[in-house]
Write a protein that binds this ligand. Structure first.
Ligand code: NAG
Ligand code: NAG
Ligand code: NAG
Ligand code: NAG
Ligand code: NAG
Ligand code: NAG
Ligand code: NAG
Length: 274
């Protein structure tokens, strides 16, 4: 039985090694993080500047987005998980996400969106916190946490006492946070943030002690990106429309290896099996 397991493991290892996730001549991992094309380390390994990562001391950073640390890239969900600081009412009672999604380089529009499906909005502390749309004219979502005397925030019991959570109703290009209606009790600060749902449930890369949280961004591909992805024409292509609220939307092309194939559909010949 044990030998059988080892055998299966060897097959799995050899299958994994046969699949290429990066362009030829490019590294496909940085530390523990797999970096599949269209992302790539160094300029000529990625689709464009937006998808270019730096790998410094085995940690990947998105250089076009304020050098945010990348924790995971997901090809199927078309998401990238990044490590972002929680926002505190003591430091930034009014905060604007353009701090995160401000580009340092790159041509064309910023292809990243805050993913509605993959994140929840969480507030630790006492009082009300609001997420405000781009232009500051509408409340996107918000929640209220009540506290009594020495209530301690506990993200694992986040039902309205010292902590509250809610969904976000659309995908967002940017947003602001308004924490001016949160109290600071005995010098304890409140926090508001988006957090990746899976990380929150699993509680692995995320704990109340940390002031950093993993959040998920959608990476979108426009028609002119598609034209530069010859692998896609050999795979299954779908067009997704993302609701950005207020009668606005964004589109993205997604490529997938068909059923019984696996690998990276964005690379030429990247899908293997059959
Ligand atoms: C990237 O590729 C272009 C065109 O293939 C080439 O001209 C350029 O020298 C390459 N740059 C680097 C840094 O390899
Ligand atoms: C990673 O290294 C590159 C090259 O040395 C440097 O330009 C960049 O600022 C570094 N990024 C981070 C996040 O340290
Ligand atoms: C957030 O910052 C951007 C860019 O500086 C600005 O255009 C936008 O109006 C700001 N939003 C709010 C609600 O302050
Ligand atoms: C809450 O604090 C007040 C004033 O410090 C105190 O009188 C009261 O007994 C406390 N209530 C509870 C339930 O601890
Ligand atoms: C996120 O960044 C902080 C600060 O650099 C670091 O301490 C923490 O380990 C990072 N989290 C993960 C999951 O890498
Ligand atoms: C959205 O579009 C519909 C139909 O064009 C219009 O009636 C409605 O007022 C719009 N809503 C917003 C928030 O702009
Ligand atoms: C804010 O954006 C929404 C949707 O794009 C638009 O309906 C509204 O008129 C804008 N408000 C201002 C003050 O620009």
């Amino acid at each position: 039985m044990k030998q059988f397991h080892v055998f299966v493991l060897l097959i799995l290892i050899s299958l994994t090694e046969a699949l290429d996730y990066a362009k030829p001549g490019c590294k496909d991992t940085c530390g523990n993080v797999r970096i599949p094309y269209p992302f790539g380390i160094r300029r000529n390994c990625s689709l464009n500047e937006w998808y270019t990562l730096d790998c410094n001391f085995s940690t990947p950073y998105l250089s076009a987005l304020n050098n945010m640390e990348v924790l995971n890239v997901n090809l199927e969900q078309q998401t990238i998980t990044v490590n972002v600081s929680k926002i505190s009412n003591c430091q930034n009672p009014v905060w604007n996400s353009s701090h995160i999604l401000t580009a340092n380089s790159g041509s064309g529009g910023n292809p990243f969106l805050f993913a509605k499906l993959h994140n929840i909005f969480m507030v630790e502390g006492c009082g009300n916190a609001f997420m405000i749309s781009d232009n500051g004219s509408a409340v996107v979502t918000g929640c209220s946490a009540t506290c009594h005397n020495n209530t301690v925030s506990d993200v694992n019991n986040c039902f309205g006492i010292g902590c509250c959570q809610t969904i976000i109703p659309y995908d967002l290009k940017s947003f602001s946070l308004d924490l001016t209606d949160m109290e600071t009790q005995k010098g304890v600060c409140g926090f508001a943030y988006l957090v990746d749902k899976n990380s929150y449930v699993q509680g692995r890369s995320f704990s109340d002690q940390s002031t950093f949280v993993p959040i998920s961004l959608l990476w979108t591909l426009a028609d002119h990106d598609y034209d530069q992805l010859p692998g896609c024409s050999q795979s299954v292509r779908t067009r997704t429309v993302f609701d950005l609220g207020y009668n606005t939307s964004a589109e993205s092309i997604r490529c997938e290896c068909g059923a019984t194939y696996e690998g990276n559909p964005y690379l030429e010949g990247g899908c293997k099996g059959g």
